[in-house]
Design a protein around this ligand. Structure first.
Ligand code: L34
Length: 285
């Protein structure tokens, strides 16, 4: 039976540690500030943004939640980002994705100052990650790394199979694993005979976005299975990519949804924001 890796507990520990660091920063006269922009009314995004706001409160980060109407124009959003780029009290800027269809997402992400890019989505920060020169870390992949570390798991020498090749999760995930000496395979929708590949994984990371996508026959006995999916099942219940009922008896470790990678994503955002505030302070001195 797979051991559950508790993301909620691990995230709570990270936030406690960050709260202490924020106390010290405040003594030095700096309160970390995070701006989160959400455009439109995607209900899932609203939940995630609320969780970010709650976490910021717990850590002592000043959060500024900006909710814009669906019909906001690209120019209006870019003007807001410019304003936040100049605001010395804001150390992190995040535009919650997905944006409504009429936005040019790439241009929006490019407009965020790389120094405030707490998602690490700006090409400059993506480049830093690629060469292992870590500043801001992409929140979800960094959360996965933190989770496996808390469970005492090292990727070194392991065959890690990442399913999904998005810029947000799959690609940066593969890089972080590679930098910790894993042998990495990235799979995607065109991969031939996916189960034959995933069955070779000592560690399987699924970031696909389809409920019950990963079934027991795709998992090597004893494997570490990390579920990055955030889906709704046929009853509207929150679930990941992994068919937990069938995979649990086979896997060695499994992260739950909810309470796995999600809370870690939020905790890593807090870590990036505190990092940004500290870096700004150091550059000023
Ligand atoms: N810009 N857009 C930007 N940055 C991000 O890092 C994200 N992501 C993804 C979607 N869009 C983004 C998030 O914040 C996914 N994501 C995210 C954040 C929080 C949670 C899940 C995904 C989360 O809190 N999950 C809870 C349950 C939430 C619920 O009840 O619906 C959990 O326990 O997994």
């Amino acid at each position: 039976m797979a051991q559950k890796i508790d993301g909620k507990a691990a995230a709570a520990r990270v936030k406690e540690e960050l709260a202490l660091q924020v106390c010290k920063l405040r003594e030095l006269g700096v309160t970390p500030g995070l701006a989160v922009i959400m455009v439109g009314d995607n209900p899932a995004s609203a939940v995630y943004v609320r969780n970010k706001e709650k976490a910021a409160q717990q850590v002592g980060i000043q959060s500024k939640m900006i909710h814009l109407p669906e019909q906001t124009t690209q120019a209006q959003l870019l003007a807001l980002i410019e304003e936040l780029n100049r605001d010395a009290g804001i150390h992190g800027i995040l535009v919650q994705l997905p944006l409504p269809d009429h936005f040019d997402e790439r241009a929006v992400l490019l407009a965020i100052s790389p120094n405030k890019d707490v998602d690490a989505f700006h090409p400059q920060n993506v480049g830093h990650i690629m060469i292992g020169d870590y500043g801001f870390l992409p929140c979800t992949p960094a959360g996965v790394m933190e989770l496996i570390h808390t469970a005492g798991i090292s990727p070194r020498g392991k065959h890690c199979v990442v399913v999904g090749r998005s810029n947000i999760v799959g690609k940066p995930m593969a890089m972080l694993l590679l930098h910790e000496d894993a042998t990495v395979t990235i799979c995607h929708s065109k991969t031939a005979d996916l189960p034959s590949v995933t069955r070779q994984a000592d560690m399987l990371v699924s970031a696909v976005g389809r409920a019950k996508f990963i079934t027991a026959d795709m998992v090597k006995p004893g494997a570490v299975v990390i579920d990055v999916g955030m889906n709704r099942d046929e009853n509207g219940k929150l679930c990941g990519d992994v068919d937990a009922a069938s995979v649990e008896p086979v896997a060695g470790y499994l992260t739950p949804v909810p309470g796995g990678v999600g809370p870690m994503t939020v905790a890593m955002l807090m870590r990036n924001t505190v990092f940004s505030a500290r870096r700004q302070l150091e550059n000023r001195n």
